[in-house]
Ligand binder design. Structure first.
Ligand SMILES: Nc1ncnc2c1ncn2[C@@H]1O[C@H](COP(=O)(O)OP(=O)(O)O)[C@@H](O)[C@H]1O
Ligand SMILES: [Mg+2]
Length: 175
């Protein structure tokens, strides 16, 4: 079947705390749209580009690397700048639906509310990294912190998931 044509691209993001189902539901939405012949692209943060895959590894799995709170923020923003330029913006311009697992709101919630870095600075960096690009729709999922962490930790624990339960409770206050 030929792809359905949209008048303009659509950018959809999934946000929420650890284990709330972002990866599950964003994949389901992408598969659902594909089955209905919509021209769509799936991406995620951190990741989505070659640089992003390296940054993802450093941020989540390189336990031997010490990362300051600010360095962590800049790595997320570096990733964002690359995925917007390489994947998200070009595909929106091609009138596709872009589904993204996490985006700028996650940095406000995690590095801002969780890590207590200044929200104003994070919003400015988000603006710089995205060139002002905002999602057309953000789907926010929620789960209580202990349940979410238990679910997320079933498949092994990454560096962000290792942060304290108090950190993850602060992340969730933004919802
Ligand atoms: N509604 C749900 N009820 C119970 N378990 C779920 C539900 N949605 C997802 N899970 C499971 O919880 C874990 C985390 O889901 P995932 O989609 O990876 O969450 P996130 O990407 O938000 O961290 C996975 O093992 C997944 O299979
Ligand atoms: Mg996930």
């Amino acid at each position: 079947m030929t792809a359905r044509k949209l008048r303009k691209g659509i950018f959809i993001t999934f946000e929420g705390p650890e284990g709330c189902g972002k990866s599950t539901q964003s994949r389901l939405l992408y598969d659902y749209l594909r089955e209905r012949s919509y021209d769509c692209v799936y991406t995620r943060e951190p990741g989505g580009t070659l640089l992003g895959d390296h940054i993802r590894h450093i941020l989540l799995h390189a336990n031997e690397i010490d990362i300051t709170d600010l360095a962590e923020l800049f790595l997320f923003e570096a990733n964002r700048s690359q995925v917007v330029k390489e994947v998200i913006r070009p595909n929106i311009l091609k009138k596709r639906i872009v589904v993204c697992d996490r985006f700028g709101d996650a940095t406000v919630a995690y590095q801002g509310y969780g890590g207590r870095l200044p929200i104003k600075v994070i919003k400015k960096l988000n603006y710089l990294a995205t060139g002002g690009l905002k999602p057309d729709l953000t789907i926010i999922l929620d789960v209580d912190t202990p349940t979410g962490l238990k679910r997320a930790r079933r498949k092994g624990v990454d560096r962000m998931e290792k942060k304290t339960i108090a950190y993850h409770r602060r992340v969730r206050t933004v919802i």
